[in-house]
Design a protein around this ligand. Structure first.
Ligand code: SRM
Ligand code: SF4
Length: 575
């Protein structure tokens, strides 16, 4: 089976007659994503860049932002906004080395706001970077093989997979390696990135630098790249730690009784973002399309990605994700069209057993006898606070022990390959810096809470999230709910970056101090939450939650998770 039709079929057979969006023209005219960037990035007479340049900068892994805490005062003083940049890396499978971590830690201090943000897609983000430091930061990351190319923009984003499956006993297949291969396959061809940030050079595996031959053609993406962002994951049913159904495309592992990989189900059409008041936008879980053997993973993803490239809506960016192609045209249409491109239809999806999720906190013995330990990082923000010196502590442990590093899709971090006789030393250091590997004072409720960055960096936030959720959890702990295992996820707008639509409790910003409450998603990420209460003021959020938690405790069946109980018994506003 091969991808029989040419993969440059960008004439988009499925397009509507509406004119293409502005971004389509911008991409086409950008000369391989360069556009006005070289001139504007190097112009230090202004702290910002133009709107067009900002759109293209995303493909290079960076966003123009401003410090929203300062907006009002600056406006009052008739001054320009406090412009700054965010930079996002791309770590397939969330994997990096100790050396890379230590460099990221240093760059966060010298070039950003002294924090590193672990993202829900196993990456790092640096915030608060001044324009004068942007180039040197991206250069320094690349010098140690940390790319930012395609971290954002209308291309294939970071490929996720379980951060530790390849290390644990019982797995014969290297999911990390496949994630890397997928990532490599879908990198853009244009060399504009290397010319803009790396003096036209690529850093090779041995550290040497090689001049790139300038290239602008995109053999796979074509001149207009993807209609919108494109997210791929490899997921495991017994450990759906990557929330596989929420992605544009997923390879769902099909395992035999002994955990050996038989192949994958291709899952397509997931995505979580929506826009208030626009009914044509919604959160959606992916559908199982068909079964494929492991060696067909790349050709099948190529054909499915080309299908998205060609049929995604290029006139309305809010309706451009693959999920809308699936919703509008149906699963059977997708199977037929994919079969046409592959030369034959995929066999029907295989049955998969019950789902589970592991957040990978705590100590586990690896198959090779060494140890790994998952460390909790509140909302992924690596920073020092009075009670927990997360940044200093991680740096100290990583510098001394030189473990492998894996980032989780729950915004936490795993230290790997720790020799058995070093474990007591790591335990002592964790304690010394107030770091938690789960348990040791960390409540269960807080362990499973996640928030997106929102204020003050995110330009799309309409409400607080990362700065607000910890206080909500504290109140719930004080009222006696700390031992309850419930996924609570908050976001500052309905784009769903911390994945509230697939949580048991989703708290989604409506406007300042106002949230919609969604309930009833499954713990395992196999069912979406539904709108339970709209427009809840932040000062009564905890009261509303304690009400439903109490009802759950009184009315649940034995062992029934909160999300399952809520889905079974509550009356919802929608759905
Ligand atoms: Fe996201 C936009 C942060 C994962 C859906 N996301 C943004 C931006 C870049 C805001 C912007 O466009 O100006 C946010 C930057 C805020 C800041 O100050 O850092 C942002 N998204 C994040 C991160 C950092 C949240 C986190 O808590 O970790 C995650 C970075 C992931 C990465 O490393 O690549 C992040 N974003 C997600 C996810 C979850 C996932 O992918 O597993 C989603 C929901 C899944 C999905 O894509 O449907 C998500 N982000 C969005 C959307 C809505 C997209 C849509 O088509 O519906 C936007 C808005 C947009 O693209 O226009 C957005
Ligand atoms: Fe920003 Fe909204 Fe994403 Fe939160 S969910 S980071 S507020 S875009």
């Amino acid at each position: 089976m091969t991808a029989a039709l040419p993969l440059t079929e960008t004439d988009a057979p499925g397009q509507t007659e509406l004119p293409p969006s502005k971004n389509e023209g911008l991409k086409r005219a950008s000369d391989g994503l360069a556009g006005p960037l070289p001139a504007e990035i190097n112009d230090l007479s202004t702290a910002r860049i133009s709107e067009d340049a900002a759109q293209l900068l995303k493909f290079h892994g960076s966003y123009l932002q401003d410090d929203r805490d300062q907006r009002q005062a600056l406006k009052k003083a008739k001054q320009d906004r406090a412009w700054q940049f965010m930079v996002r890396t791309k770590f397939p499978g969330g994997r990096l080395t100790a050396e890379q971590y230590l460099l990221a830690d240093e760059l966060a201090t010298t070039s950003a706001n002294n924090t590193i943000r672990i993202t829900t897609r196993q990456d790092f983000q640096f915030h608060g970077i001044g324009k004068a430091k942007l180039r040197s930061l991206i250069q320094a990351l690349n010098d140690r093989w940390m790319t930012t190319y395609g971290g954002c923009g209308d291309v294939t984003r970071n490929t996720l997979t379980c951060p530790v499956a390849d290390l644990l006993p019982g797995h014969a297949f290297d999911y990390q390696e496949l994630a890397q291969q997928i990532s490599d396959r879908f990198m853009p061809d244009s060399t504009a990135y290397y010319e803009l940030w790396l003096d036209g050079e690529k850093i090779m595996a041995d550290g040497s630098r090689v001049k790139v031959t300038p290239q602008r053609e995109e053999s796979f993406f074509g001149p207009t790249y993807m209609p919108r962002k494109h997210k791929i994951v490899i997921g495991l049913p017994h450990d759906n730690c990557v929330d596989l159904f929420t992605n544009d495309m997923a390879l769902e592992a099909v395992l035999d009784d002994h955990s050996h990989l038989r192949g994958f189900n291709l899952v397509a059409g997931g995505g979580l973002g929506s826009t208030y008041g626009q009914k044509e936008t919604f959160a959606r879980l992916g559908d199982r399309i068909g079964f494929l053997p492991p060696e067909q993973a790349i050709p099948v993803l190529e054909a499915a990605t080309a299908l998205y490239r060609d049929f995604g809506d290029r006139s309305n960016r809010r309706h451009a994700r693959l999920k809308y192609v699936l919703a509008d045209r149906g699963v059977e249409w997708f199977r037929d069209e994919l079969g046409r491109r592959l030369g034959e239809r995929l066999p029907l999806p295989a049955d998969v057993p019950q789902y589970g999720v592991d957040d990978h906190l705590g100590w586990r013995e690896q198959a090779d006898g060494q140890w790994l330990v998952g460390i909790w990082v509140e909302n992924g923000r690596i920073q020092d606070k009075a009670d927990r010196l997360v940044k200093t502590g991680l740096r100290a442990i990583i510098a001394e022990v030189e473990p492998g590093i894996r980032l989780t899709a729950q915004q936490n971090l795993v230290l790997t390959h720790i020799p058995a006789d070093t474990r007591p030393r790591v335990e002592a250091l964790l304690q010394q810096y107030g770091l938690s590997a789960g348990g040791d004072g960390l409540s269960t409720l807080r362990r499973y809470a996640m928030a997106c960055p929102a204020m003050p960096t995110c330009g799309l936030a309409v409400a607080e999230s990362e700065r607000f959720l910890p206080g909500v959890i504290t109140e719930l702990e004080q009222r006696g709910y700390g031992d309850d295992r419930v996924w609570i996820r908050m976001s500052g707008c309905p784009n769903g970056c911390s994945r509230p639509p697939s949580a048991e409790v989703g708290l989604v910003g409506r406007s300042l101090s106002l949230y919609n409450i969604y309930l009833g998603g499954s713990f395992e990420g196999t069912r979406l939450a539904r709108l339970y209460r709209p427009d809840v003021r932040s000062n009564v959020l905890v009261d509303t939650l304690t009400e439903v938690f109490d009802q759950w405790k009184q009315g649940r069946n034995e062992g029934e998770a909160f999300g399952d109980w809520a889905n079974r018994t509550l009356t919802f506003v929608e759905g």
